[in-house]
Design a protein around this ligand. Structure first.
Ligand SMILES: *Cc1c(COP(=O)(O)O)cnc(C)c1O
Length: 230
């Protein structure tokens, strides 16, 4: 099977899953995570209808964005302070903000580059030690910080499910959706100008479950780009 065919298969499964969940297929963005492949595979995915790609290294993000400047490029990787300038220069959306100091630095870089940077806040819902992300308890304070930064546009939350049984995965996705609702009430109480409309959750193995719990962005790598995945 080709990359184009795999992309089309995932997209049509996603459309079916949306229908089953009573959602419009335009509600869920299929982010093609191209971090393991080169520009030829990206071109193939574009020919099959892909227009949003995810990268986890700043250099690859910049290189592929330069090759395909008309597509959307999202940063989903670990953020290092010294690379924030590059990430901000190329990212349409940063999914993986999980440190307060990075929020301020992204704001400063966005200002310097004359843009308003769209971001998501990564939350460690499952509480696994090995996972990055803010704890749910930290989130009110993080939102307070984000609300004061004019060059950041907070659009929602991101999480990674544990590699575990179905129950633990569903608790993570359901937990992020519930946290979003609680935080939305907190935002309204404070009168802040932000809406947590995006939930970035679900990967190759677990995206159908994430759609049932309200995901608006599924981040799919191997199911699109890896011939060995099934
Ligand atoms: C690699 C990666 C993905 C895609 O994972 P697959 O299992 O290949 O679908 C999604 N999100 C993040 C943060 C990743 O690093």
């Amino acid at each position: 099977m080709s990359t184009a065919t795999r992309y089309q298969n995932v997209r049509s499964q996603l459309d079916q899953e949306c229908e089953r969940a009573g959602r419009a297929s335009s509600d869920v963005l299929l982010l093609a995570v191209s971090k393991t492949v080169d520009v030829d595979s990206v071109a193939e995915a574009i020919s099959a209808g892909a227009h949003a790609f995810g990268e986890n290294r700043p250099d690859e993000l910049m290189r592929k964005k330069a090759a395909f400047p008309n597509e959307q490029w999202h940063f989903i990787g670990n953020i290092q302070s010294r690379r924030i300038k590059d990430i901000v220069s190329a990212a349409d959306l940063i999914h993986s903000v999980c440190k307060l100091e990075h929020l301020a630095k992204i704001d400063a870089q966005a200002k310097a580059q004359g843009k308003r940077q769209a971001i998501l806040l990564e939350v460690n819902v499952s509480g696994e030690e090995s996972k990055s992300g803010f704890s749910p308890e930290q989130m009110p304070q993080v939102l307070r910080s984000a609300a004061a930064l004019e060059n950041i546009e907070l659009k929602g939350l991101m999480t990674m499910a544990p590699r575990s049984d179905a129950l633990a995965i569903e608790e993570t996705f359901g937990g992020l959706a519930k946290l979003r609702d609680e935080l939305s009430a907190f935002i309204a109480e404070n009168g802040w100008d932000m809406t947590l409309s995006e939930l970035s959750m679900g990967m190759s193995e677990d995206w159908p479950r994430a759609v049932r719990y309200g995901s608006t962005i599924v981040r799919v790598g191997r199911a699109i780009f890896d011939p060995a995945f099934d």
